[in-house]
Design a protein around this ligand. Sequence first.
Ligand code: F6R
Length: 252
Amino acid sequence: MEKLYYGFKDNIKVEVFDSYEGLSRAAAAFIAERMKKKPDIILGLATGSSPVGVYDELTRMYEAGDLDFSAVRSFNLDEYYPLEPENDQSYRYFMNKNLFDRVNIDKANTRVPNGMAEDIELECEEYDAAIAAAGGADIQVLGIGGNGHIGFNEPDGFFTAETHKVALTENTIKANARFFASEEEVPRFAVTMGMGAIMSAKSIVLVANGGAKAQAIASMLTGGVDPLCPASILQLHPDVNVFIDKAAAELL
Ligand code: F6R
């Protein structure tokens, strides 16, 4: 694992790696170190392709006897709406497959927004209340969309603080169509944590790889705080740790 660059601003560290494996191992090591210090850690988790390597590495550490998830609690960023948790494209299904079913976490301690909630506003309120009652996440894992979205907080004229239902942009529907049989099957809505819950996390771990993320990474870090690049709000967070590969860093 070759680390190519380190440091950025006092509150934001950027580490650039030669490979996806390298950035995934480093991000997992960051999380593992915190987990060892605080076994009942609260993890904010993301889905998508970016954190899969992190979850693989955390699983490997668990299998090696180095990590214990028995007291860990988690809150996921988002879920499609409407979509059943059993659907193999749901984010609940993704989390079970990529992490929860592979380690000794108690699934009762894992939360993903309910994509089938009848009263979606109540679901959102309860989700925020549960995160607040837990004191916020210790670490929030994030990927980033090519358009700068985090969670499903899409570019807009303003930031939304609360967990809320969103209409997905054409850009995101197209980007996610690869996971569905056809673009038509991609749900048109999602429930996402808002910026309040994300920013309440004590530390942020953001992972990204590939040239398609280069513009978003550059805007996030150097473009000023602007809701047209939702991830740029992280410039106001006290502890952001960015793990990226060379291609994602090419516009820095
Ligand atoms: C997923 C999520 C999204 C993704 C982003 C990048 O829970 O919240 O914001 O992190 O769309 O997706 P990938 O990693 O698939 O490129």
